[in-house]
Design a protein around this ligand. Structure first.
Ligand SMILES: C[S@@+](CC[C@H](N)C(=O)[O-])C[C@H]1O[C@@H](n2cnc3c(N)ncnc32)[C@H](O)[C@@H]1O
Length: 259
């Protein structure tokens, strides 16, 4: 079996998922708080950009109540964790917007389900225990598929991309938000310092363990550069592939269509 990396460690590919699951099992209850602390709230702006690109139809939203949606708009949010992107998409879209959160980690899904229930959104946001490499959905069943800060964790990225393209309807949009590489002189050194010192220390203080956050930082370093990832999207059959960098390259928003 080929090797891969878990953070800086070289490991057999087949061992990666269990190690990733352990990370998210440890952080699930503090996951959303840590996102705010680590990114100083910036993850909200990155996710807003993602939701703008998902572009759910707005007919039937509170400010457009006089118009009825022609049909439902369905989003599949892969590696959707506690459901943040899905909740934001439901808030941005009209009354026909539906979201399915698919994640491999029961603990992350449990936090999301509680949140959906508390906001009375459990009829429009559904949580499904699923591996991105083997999605339990029919071909062409979603209008849009998103994956935010998730693809980096999946052992076989090419398999997951092929699955996401399979479940998209023709004309459907795949959006992938992922950490990238800071190439701005000065900012790169600062980012490195912050990532390797502040982030693990925050993890120790908030979650009680620095290790999951060392994994996070190392996994960002090892993720393919945006152009290489765009090639992987094309190889999976996606078309009109493009990306844009945000916050000096900290994050990249990748886009591709099933045409
Ligand atoms: C950094 S979190 C991102 C959560 C959410 N998308 C967000 O932006 O808030 C990564 C998520 O990927 C999930 N994950 C890891 N490997 C996966 C796989 N093979 N299939 C589905 N989900 C996976 C983890 O359980 C975790 O919830």
């Amino acid at each position: 079996m080929p090797d891969t990396h878990f953070g800086s460690r070289q490991i057999p590919l087949g061992d990666k998922q269990a190690l990733v699951d352990d990370v998210f099992h440890k952080v699930a209850r503090r996951y959303d708080l840590m996102n705010d602390l680590m990114s100083a709230g910036l993850h909200r702006a990155w996710k807003d950009a993602l939701v703008t690109a998902i572009n759910p139809p707005t007919k039937g939203r509170p400010d457009r109540l006089d118009e009825k949606p022609d049909k439902d708009f369905t989003l599949l949010d892969v590696a959707g964790g506690t459901g943040d992107v899905s909740f934001r998409t439901i808030a941005a879209g009209g009354s026909g917007t539906r979201a399915t959160v698919a994640d491999i980690n029961a603990e992350m899904l449990a936090v999301g389900r509680e949140r959906a229930f508390a906001q009375a959104l459990d009829d429009v946001v559904t949580f499904v225990d699923a591996n991105a490499e083997a999605l339990p959905f029919a071909d062409q069943s979603f209008d849009a598929v998103s994956i935010a800060f998730g693809i980096r964790n999946v052992p076989r990225i090419d398999v997951a991309l092929a699955e996401m393209q399979r479940v998209l309807r023709f004309g459907g949009h795949l959006l992938c938000l992922e950490f990238s590489n800071v190439d701005v002189p000065g900012l790169d050194a600062l980012y490195e310092l912050y990532s390797f010192n502040v982030v693990p220390a925050l993890g120790r203080a908030v979650v009680g363990d620095a290790e999951p956050y060392r994994y996070l930082v190392e996994s960002i370093r090892r993720f393919p550069r945006p152009n290489a990832f765009a090639e992987m999207m094309r190889a999976a059959g996606l078309r009109r592939v493009s990306h844009r960098l945000m916050s000096g390259g900290i994050v990249a928003l990748h886009s591709g269509w099933r045409l």
